[in-house]
Design a protein around this ligand. Sequence first.
Ligand SMILES: [Zn+2]
Length: 69
Amino acid sequence: MKTYRIQRIKGGMKFTCTICGHSVSTLDFDARVGNLRTQAATTINAHSTQMHHAPMIISPSDSQQRTWR
Ligand SMILES: [Zn+2]
């Protein structure tokens, strides 16, 4: 299950966290370091893992009564 979605933006792509709306774009990275899309995906995946302990499936009815720790 993906925890982010990808949108095309002008000059690149934008990766948005589906849980909290945090986003990064390929414009934030340096193409000389490596593939922009890979860097952005890695960053948003790391965000999900650190901030939301993803990957996990969150059901809307469940999320309010539980603490994710
Ligand atoms: Zn998030």
